[in-house]
Design a protein around this ligand. Structure first.
Ligand code: K7E
Ligand code: CUA
Length: 637
């Protein structure tokens, strides 16, 4: 199996019903005589064994097949979910946290935009963070990836890209809040986001939009000279350590499991600026970045510094791509591939065709030795129309979204390697989704040990699935059970969602250990206890230190003078979990959330004389409405 071949009719082709709804009866499907049969035999045995454990768990642990009847699909009132799912919120610029299998939305984590319930972007710390990261008021999150150690979730951080403004953010999973954002130099449109495994050595930001480099007014009408970069970000410091310049643009990315390779897809190998030119070539590239080779080049000073970052030249003809160990290998795949993901065993990188009905299976191990990287292409199954993203169950199956067919296709990875090019034989089953799926994600699919039970298909269009709510429709995130190889995939739930989830990560609940109250050691603001309340004044600057507790603030009134610059440091001194307060200041555009033991600080100018009732916006007790304090702004002389 090597090169993709071309076909003009792929975009207009439609699947016949027999193609799209494969018969899974073993008697009639010759595929069953091959690799999947082994799975079904095992599945039968496992189902029997698991029946006695009915209802006890949704965690299948890798290689067992279990009937849907024997797993928890319904989370009763008061019960907890088995998984956290982190879904990107697209151009809302946030992350949403769902519980699985209930699909209940548990929390929202603002990342690139202000959010008033949390006071995110209202207090000094978070507003300075947003300001330092470019000062934009929104972002476009696509790929939330959770940090791993030894190829398993370690509960430390999630990372997410901003496609709109070329940024990467880090979410601290102790507090479920954004704690760092880096505005990536030399990168416009950070699309793919992914960690280099096994231990999250880097978070890679994959640059989508090709621009002049540097983008300072040169080469404006000379697209041949536009380029894009991948950026290697240190997860601890969030510094960009180095970047690699490439030919063509890039799209999605995924890291190998053993620390050497990082893969990106890309369209527009044509270096074009219009849609028709961008899709004129029949092939584009998967780029395989040899990370240790790049590190060596950086170490040896073989880079240009641009905007403070070492930029290594990984374009096709660069000196660093000649010789025995090129830093970037360009693998020809069918045109405009979209998603790329590495199989749990680290053996293959699978790129989805998007404009071509196939996926390309790249053998990672042979990549290092191959003279021609195209020799590492070992499979190209024909999956259906518009393949976008692929996830895994840990039992040797891949699941790929078919955007145009509105389906998820389940296929056998080894069968695809054995089959001839463009064969449909590796396809095991297809399920209709509603409608037009972008990403899909299976539980712990990005680790070395996926759980193999749940899959979410993140559908772009819900059409008529929900009550009409005006011309803007909700999206539809569908929960599909994939744990039973015998019965096949089952659609379990529709979940309407606000625009617009792209990718997600699903993490077993026991792998995260979120704090219930804040630890004052974890922030720089001064903890203000009952005896620490204070108002100090100096040269038109007023510093108010106060606490909050049920049902009062440290001061019943605070008097300042018109024109004063006021800093308020406020601590919630409660120890009791879930007793939150806030300090909202009317007509000053301020609301700071204060969870137990949390301190926040806000600075503002008191420029309008008058009386302002500072109040608590969380309904914290029966005397919540009385929890308020007067800000008195006296007219200046
Ligand atoms: Cu396919 Cu940004 Cu991963 Cu959207 S991307 S779907
Ligand atoms: Cu504190 Cu309401």
């Amino acid at each position: 199996m090597t090169r993709p071949n071309d076909s003009d009719d792929r975009l207009t082709e439609t699947n016949s019903p027999t193609e799209s709804t494969l018969d899974t009866d073993s008697e009639r499907d010759p595929l069953f005589a091959r690799i999947p049969r082994r799975d079904f035999m095992k599945a039968g045995a496992a189902t029997g064994a698991m029946a006695s454990l009915a209802g006890c768990t949704g965690l299948l642990g890798g290689d067992e097949s279990t009937s849907l009847e024997d797993v928890k699909t319904d989370v009763k009132p008061g019960d907890h979910d088995d998984y956290y799912a982190f879904l990107s919120g697209g151009h809302t610029g946030e992350i949403r946290v769902y519980g699985l299998p209930s699909m209940r939305q548990l929390m929202r984590i603002p990342v690139f935009g202000r959010e008033s319930a949390r006071g995110y972007g209202y207090d000094d710390r978070t507003s300075e963070m947003l300001e330092d990261a470019g000062g934009y008021s929104w972002g476009d999150t696509h790929h939330p990836r959770v940090s791993q150690t030894d190829n398993d979730y370690d509960g430390r951080w999630a990372f997410v890209n901003d496609k709109a403004n070329g940024r990467m953010a880090r979410i601290n999973l102790k507090y479920f809040e954004t704690d760092a954002i880096v505005d990536i130099p030399n990168q416009q449109g950070t699309h793919g986001a992914c960690c280099l495994l096994p231990d999250t050595k880097y978070v890679f930001g994959v640059g989508e939009f090709r621009v002049p480099m540097p983008n300072d007014g040169q080469d404006l009408t000379d697209p041949e000279n536009y380029t894009s970069v991948i950026a290697a970000i240190n997860p601890e410091t969030m510094n960009v350590e180095w970047e690699v310049l490439v030919d063509g643009n890039m799209d999605n990315g995924d890291g190998g499991k053993e620390g050497r390779w990082f893969f990106t897809t890309g369209y527009n190998s044509e270096h074009a600026t219009t849609q028709s030119e961008m899709s004129s070539s029949d092939t584009d590239w998967v780029k395989a970045f040899d990370v240790p080779a790049i590190e060596e080049a950086v170490e040896a000073g073989e880079y240009d510094e641009m905007n403070g970052v070492p930029v290594v030249d990984g374009t096709r003809d660069s000196a660093l791509n000649e010789g025995d160990r090129p830093i970037v290998r360009y693998i020809d795949v069918s045109k405009s591939p979209h998603g790329v993901s590495v199989t749990p065993d680290g053996q293959y990188a699978i790129a989805s065709g998007k404009l071509d009905p196939t996926a390309t299976v790249i053998d990672i191990e042979t990549l290092a030795e191959a003279d021609d990287p195209n020799e590492s292409i070992v499979g190209r199954p024909r999956l259906g129309m518009g393949p976008l993203h692929t996830a895994y169950d840990g039992r040797g199956h891949a699941y790929t979204t078919l955007f145009i067919d509105s389906q998820v296709v389940k296929w056998d990875i080894e069968a695809a390697v054995e089959a001839s090019e463009e064969s449909t034989d590796p396809v095991i089953e297809k399920i209709d989704v509603h409608y037009n799926p972008g990403h899909l994600i299976a539980s712990e699919s990005y680790t070395a040990d996926p759980q193999g039970d749940w899959l979410i298909s993140l559908n772009k269009l819900s059409k008529e699935r929900f009550l009409p709510v005006g011309p803007m429709h909700p999206e539809n995130d569908q929960l599909i059970y994939i744990g039973d190889d015998e019965e096949g995939m089952s659609l379990v739930k529709d979940t309407p969602s606000y625009a617009e989830p792209h990718d997600a990560s699903i993490v077993s609940a026991e792998k995260l250990d979120p704090a219930k109250v804040y630890d004052p050691e974890d922030y720089d603001e001064e903890f203000v206890d009952t005896e620490d309340v204070d108002i100090s004044r100096e040269d038109g600057r007023v510093h108010v230190k106060m606490y909050s507790t049920r049902n009062e603030f440290g001061f019943e009134e605070v008097t300042v003078t018109e024109g004063d610059e006021v800093t308020m440091t406020v601590t919630n001194i409660e120890q009791t979990p879930d007793i939150l307060h806030s300090i909202a200041i009317p007509e000053h555009d301020i609301n700071m959330k204060l969870a137990p033991q949390e301190t926040r600080e806000v600075t503002f100018t008191a420029d309008e004389p008058g009386v302002y009732w500072m109040y608590c916006a969380f309904f914290c007790s029966a005397l919540h409405l009385e929890m308020r304090s007067r800000l008195i702004v006296e007219p200046a002389e």
